[in-house]
Design a protein around this ligand. Structure first.
Ligand code: HEC
Ligand code: HEC
Length: 319
C-alpha cells in the first residue's frame, strides 16, 4: 500500500513538473509568431472608396481604436476587454510614421486584416478584429480610407501603450486561436440587388453575428452560420464598466426573437437606438447611423430567413 502511494506521489510530481514547465514555456514565449507573406498590393483610392471606407471603419474599427482625447484613431485602452485577458490597448493606427501605421505597406495592412498576422509576424490576439470574408472591394475601401487625408487618420504622434496580455491570452493564442489563411482567390461583393444575399453579407461582415450568437468562444468566423446559437442571442459582451450586457435574440422567433418586429421598427432601432420612443441600445451596441436604410432593410430581410430559435434573453439595464 505504501509503495503504491509512493509511486502515485512520484507520478503526480512528474505531472506537476511538466505542467509547470509548460506554463513557464507559454508565459516566456508569449504570443506566437507566424511567417509573414509579402503581399504585392496597392489600394486604389477614389472619393467613393474613401466614403465607403470611412463608414466601414466607423462601424468596424473605431469602437476600439478611437482615442477620446484626440478624436482620431490614435488608440485607446479596451475597457470592455474581459479582465482575464489582461490590460489591452488598441494601438495608434493613424498615418503617423513613428507611432501609427504610416510605415506599413498596403500589403502588410491587408495581410493583418485577412489573417491576423502583424508585420512583425506576431499574431494579433482574438480581441483584434479579422475580416476573412470581407469582399475585396470593401477591403480596398477600408485601406484607402486609412491612407486618406481624413482627420480621423491624420498623423497623430500619440505613443502606443503596450498591452499586457495575461497568461490566459497567451495560452489561448498558443493552443486555441491561430491565424486565418490568406484567401486564395478573389472575394467578390454579393449582388446588392438581391436583398437577402446583401443582408447576409452585412450581418456576417459587420460582425453582428459574433455578438448576437451564443458565445464568442463558439463562433465560427469563417462560416458564421455554423456558430452555436446562430443569432439567437445570449452572448455576454461587457460594457465599459466591465458588466455583462446580454445580447438579444435576432432570429425570427415570434416570442423571443424579432418575429413580431416590423421592418420600420428594426431599421429605427438599428440606426437610432430608439424602440417605441425609448432608448434600446446600451454599449457595446451603438446606433449604426452609417448604415443606409437599404442596408438596414437588407439585414432585416436576411434575418427573417434564418432558422428561428426559441431563446428568451432578459434585457439587462444599467443606469
Ligand atoms: C475589438 C477591438 C478592435 C477592433 C474592433 C479592431 N481592432 Fe485593430 N487592434 C486591436 C488591438 C487590441 C490591437 C493590438 C493587438 C496586439 O496587441 O497584437 C490591434 C491592432 C491593430 C493593428 C496593428 C497596429 C500595430 O501597430 O501593431 C492595425 C493596423 C489595426 N488593429 C487595424 C484595425 C482595423 C483597420 C480595424 C477595423 C477593420 C480594427 N483594427 C478593428 C483592437 C481592435
Ligand atoms: C459588440 C457586440 C454587438 C455587435 C457587434 C452588435 N450588437 Fe446588436 N446588440 C448588442 C447588445 C448588447 C444589445 C442589447 C443592448 C441593450 O440591451 O440595450 C444589442 C441590441 C440590438 C438590437 C435591439 C434588439 C431589441 O429587441 O431591442 C438590434 C436590432 C441589434 N442589436 C442588431 C444588430 C445588428 C444588425 C448588428 C450588426 C450591424 C449588431 N446588432 C451588432 C450587441 C452587439
Amino acid at each position: 500500500m505504501r509503495k503504491v502511494l509512493k509511486w502515485i506521489g512520484i507520478v503526480l510530481l512528474i505531472i506537476i513538473a511538466f505542467a509547470a514547465c509548460g506554463a513557464a514555456y507559454i508565459n516566456f514565449s508569449g504570443i506566437p509568431s507566424y511567417e509573414v507573406k509579402v503581399i504585392d498590393y496597392q489600394s486604389t483610392s477614389s472619393p467613393e472608396s474613401i466614403e465607403r471606407g470611412r463608414n466601414l471603419v466607423s462601424m468596424l474599427c473605431a469602437g476600439c481604436h478611437t482615442n477620446r482625447t484626440t478624436g482620431s484613431l490614435s488608440g485607446a485602452q479596451m475597457k470592455d476587454a474581459p479582465p482575464e485577458f489582461g490590460m489591452i490597448y488598441a494601438p495608434n493606427i493613424t498615418k503617423d510614421k513613428t507611432y501609427g501605421i504610416g510605415n506599413w505597406t498596403d500589403g502588410e495592412i491587408l495581410f493583418l486584416l485577412r489573417t491576423g498576422i502583424k508585420k512583425d509576424g506576431k499574431y494579433a490576439p482574438p480581441y483584434m478584429a479579422k475580416l476573412p470574408n470581407l469582399a475585396d472591394k470593401d477591403m480596398n475601401a477600408i485601406i484607402s480610407f486609412l491612407r486618406s487625408d481624413h482627420p480621423l487618420v491624420a498623423a497623430d504622434p500619440t505613443p502606443d501603450q503596450p498591452s499586457q496580455p495575461s497568461f490566459l491570452t497567451k495560452f489561448l493564442c498558443q493552443v486555441a486561436f491561430g491565424p486565418f489563411e490568406m484567401p486564395k482567390g478573389k472575394i467578390s461583393m454579393p449582388d446588392t440587388a438581391n436583398q437577402v444575399a446583401w443582408g447576409k453579407y452585412l450581418a456576417h461582415n459587420l460582425d453582428c453575428f459574433s455578438c448576437h450568437s451564443a458565445d464568442f468562444k463558439t463562433n465560427n468566423f469563417l462560416e458564421p452560420e455554423k456558430s452555436e446559437g446562430y443569432f439567437a442571442g445570449g452572448n455576454k459582451p461587457l460594457n465599459l464598466e466591465g458588466k455583462v450586457v446580454l445580447t438579444p435574440n435576432l432570429t425570427p422567433d415570434p416570442e423571443t426573437g424579432i418575429g413580431k418586429m416590423t421592418e420600420e421598427q428594426f431599421i429605427r432601432v438599428l440606426k437610432t437606438g430608439l424602440k417605441d420612443g425609448t432608448a434600446a441600445m446600451q454599449y457595446p451596441m451603438f446606433p449604426y447611423d452609417k448604415l443606409s436604410d437599404k442596408e438596414a432593410s437588407a439585414i432585416f430581410k436576411y434575418l427573417k430567413t434564418i432558422p428561428p430559435i426559441k431563446n428568451k434573453v432578459e434585457r439587462v439595464i444599467y443606469d
